[in-house]
Write a protein that binds this ligand. Structure first.
Ligand code: GDD
Ligand code: MG
Length: 193
């Protein structure tokens, strides 16, 4: 943090249950040189990692389906979301995290994920940066059924879909998660599949 136009006055914690929500009071110098006092809320759940598993021979991708409460509260009728495999870093580095998440959620034990992007998803409200990866999968890498961790109450359906169908599901609105669309379009732009 080294912006001379920003002076943080106070950080007040509003919620500190599973993750933390803070209210930050700060002075911001506008372009005409005057200083304004502002406040913003910021939700910190750490950073995350996401991966598109694809098979360039079968022309398929692996996606997951699970219930997402915040989406349910905002117009997602049954709350189910189709997403690329993803997880929070917790204390791991992004590569260790995504290898672990891929096995837990999809059952594929990948070894060489390739990092392609690092993006803020909601920079006005959430601190989280997501590290984006891609990796080829095949039947030899399948070590379990995936599905997520029971102790974390995860119930994740693993979906293997033709890439062409996944792209159509973006147009139809069946796939409406940003990280998933970013990775599917990355694969399309770079002709991975
Ligand atoms: N009790 C409780 N448990 C929680 C809460 N939030 C998360 N958890 C638990 O923590 C687990 C986190 O699972 P991960 O697979 O590590 O994370 P994710 O939720 O899939 O996160 C991914 O997707 C998010 C949404 O797109 C991304 O924001 C995130 O970066 C990551 O990519 C959840 O399954 C759930 O068990 C909470 O508020 N309360
Ligand atoms: Mg997850």
């Amino acid at each position: 943090m080294s912006n001379p136009k920003v002076k943080i006055n106070s950080i007040v914690n509003l919620s500190n249950d599973w993750y933390t929500l803070d209210k930050i009071n700060f002075d911001y110098q506008t372009n005409n040189g005057t200083w304004q006092t502002q406040s913003r809320e910021s939700y910190d759940r750490g950073d995350g990692a996401a991966i598109l598993l694809y098979n360039s021979i079968k022309k398929t991708v692996i996606l997951t389906k699970q219930f997402r409460m915040p989406s349910y509260l905002n117009a997602n009728n049954d709350g189910m979301m189709i997403e690329v495999c993803a997880g929070l870093l917790d204390k791991n580095d992004p590569i260790t995290c995504i290898i672990k998440e891929a096995e837990e959620e999809t059952g594929y034990k990948i070894s060489n994920p390739k990092k392609v992007l690092e993006l803020y998803s909601t920079p006005g409200a959430v601190t989280e940066k997501i590290h984006y990866f891609i990796a080829e999968y095949n039947n030899d890498l399948k070590v379990s059924n995936g599905g997520g961790l029971e102790e974390e109450h995860e119930e994740i359906e693993v979906m293997e879909l033709p890439f062409s169908k996944a792209l159509k599901m973006i147009s139809s609105g069946e796939i409406c998660d940003a990280k998933t669309i970013i990775l599917l379009q990355y694969a399309q732009i770079h002709k991975l599949i």
